[in-house]
Design a binder for this molecule. Structure first.
Ligand code: ZN
Length: 243
């Protein structure tokens, strides 16, 4: 069986559509595993929810999803994120809001635990260091954990209580073995590793392999739609740089 691991779509329909084309081009998958933040920042929140729901998928809630329906307090967001969140809330149909309300905080698929932030704090915690990765090992039981939230593709390979940091690049075929792993597939709709291409991964359970893919998309089309929607200029600019 094959599964696509996608995170942080962030209402970027152009990026999400290209990723779905890329998945189809590579032979398709049995299910999409979505790690949250379907909406927030980008210009097409309704369209992205709608498109995701056309696929066989599981999705956990991200902080931007929850903030867009008022389920968590967005006051800790920066000014641009608050403005985007308020704009997003106005774009969602009652059906979209209902869908977001039903998203679980964590999901389990075979040997994988799926969360947005971290196993310890599903909503807010960023796993960017080995120290934080190690502290989180006690908070999930499965061998492998999939996370989003940082928009940076990376994985932590752990043995006992200690973890090692690894950049996750497309030339690495990550073979699942006896080591526990915390894996981040990077962001579909707002990459932050200085590579503006959309990022996602495919897990093939027949060969026990997780592979990362980077997909170019029409960044200027998304930026033009954001401009038209009056979204903050800094959010528009950063897409071009992948930061
Ligand atoms: Zn995010």
């Amino acid at each position: 069986m094959r599964y696509a691991i996608i995170a942080d779509i962030h209402a970027n329909l152009a990026a999400f559509s290209e990723v779905l084309h890329d998945i189809a081009h590579r032979g398709g998958v049995d299910e999409l595993w979505c790690l949250g933040d379907i909406v927030g920042y980008g210009p097409d929140p309704h369209e992205c929810i709608d498109l995701l729901r056309q696929y066989n998928h599981v999705c956990v809630a991200g902080n931007h999803d929850l903030a867009s329906i008022g389920k968590i307090d967005a006051s800790t967001f920066n000014t641009d994120a608050i403005a985007a969140c308020q704009w997003t809330a106005r774009q969602l149909s009652p059906e979209d809001a209902k869908y977001i309300r039903t998203l679980p905080m964590t999901a389990s698929r075979g040997d994988f635990t799926l969360v947005h932030g971290s196993p310890r704090d599903h909503v807010w915690e960023y796993i960017l260091s080995t120290g934080i990765a190690m502290e989180n090992l006690a908070f999930f039981q499965s061998p492998f954990c999939l996370i989003g939230h940082t928009h940076v593709p990376m994985f932590f390979k752990c043995e006992g209580d200690s973890c090692a940091f690894n950049q996750f690049s497309p030339n690495i075929g990550l073979v699942l073995g006896k080591n526990r792993l915390i894996i981040n597939p990077g962001g579909v709709g707002q990459p932050r590793d200085s590579d503006p291409r959309a990022s996602y991964a495919i897990y093939d359970s027949d060969i026990n392999l997780v592979k990362l893919y980077r997909v170019p998309y029409d960044i200027e089309a998304t930026q033009a739609r954001m401009m038209g929607a009056g979204l903050p200029i800094r959010l528009i600019g950063r897409l071009g740089h992948g930061v």
